[in-house]
Write a protein that binds this ligand. Structure first.
Ligand code: URA
Length: 228
């Protein structure tokens, strides 16, 4: 066993997830408080959160995933888009919305002069449910501390829920998507303004609703530009 492996095992036994060799300029409070598996999610930095998510075994989805899908985009984004859960291609690539629904999402963003580099895109679940089934209530309950922390860290000015699963979690409601569209809601944990629109996968199946989705996009655009 080499020294590094031995050290890692010792740290693991102490409940320490990872340990950065202290640099001269590391703040004293970081030295005093190493990140452990017990550190609450809402106290993690974004990089610590990424690491926590990557090793998450909170629910059974960790057994079937290829990798976790953390999210992509600007950490200081004004707008955050929240989808449901990774699909097959996202599970393989480790990035949200890279399959056919993602290509449509890219076009939706471009139609209002946004891109996956200027917004932040995340999902309710960080792991793919097998056969792309809906997330279970238990999976949502176990996973959403990660999404809550992402939102808390990024502090977007606007959140856009893509589809029913994201809308229902973020608003803590079971109201139909049709009734949620067109109104400015607030995210239950922080009061951040929130709009609801169709999930791009739904729009691929129901292209007649793309017109309504475009109305939602214009509302997003108008809310972001009002803020400037
Ligand atoms: N559908 C989602 O909700 N999220 C993805 O990342 C891909 C497809």
């Amino acid at each position: 066993m080499n020294v590094t492996t031995e050290k890692k095992q010792l740290l693991k036994a102490l409940g320490i997830e990872y340990w950065h060799k202290p640099e001269v300029n590391v703040p004293a409070d970081e030295l005093a408080a190493p990140v452990t598996t017990q550190t609450p999610v809402d106290a993690l930095s974004i990089e610590q959160l990424r690491e926590r998510v990557a090793h998450c075994e909170r629910c059974e989805l960790h057994c079937s995933r290829t990798q976790t899908v953390f999210g992509v985009g600007a950490l200081d984004a004004d707008v955050m888009f929240v989808g449901e859960a990774p699909g097959q291609q996202e599970d393989l690539k480790g990035e949200p919305f890279v399959g056919p629904a993602g290509q449509l999402l890219d076009k939706m963003l471009a139609s209002i002069e946004l891109s996956r580099q200027t917004v932040f895109i995340a999902n309710v679940l960080k792991c793919r449910p097998p056969f792309n089934r809906d997330p279970s209530a238990e999976e949502v309950a176990l996973c959403t501390a990660y999404l809550d922390r992402q939102i808390g860290f990024i502090k977007p000015k606007l959140i856009v829920a893509l589809g029913r699963i994201a809308a229902h979690y973020l608003l803590q409601t079971t109201t139909s998507l049709a009734n949620l569209r067109g109104t400015v809601h607030t995210y239950h944990a922080t009061g951040t303004p929130l709009l609801v629109t169709y999930h791009p996968a739904y729009l691929l199946r129901t292209p007649a609703d793309k017109r309504k989705a475009y109305q939602d996009l214009l509302q997003i655009k108008s809310m972001i530009t009002q803020d400037d």
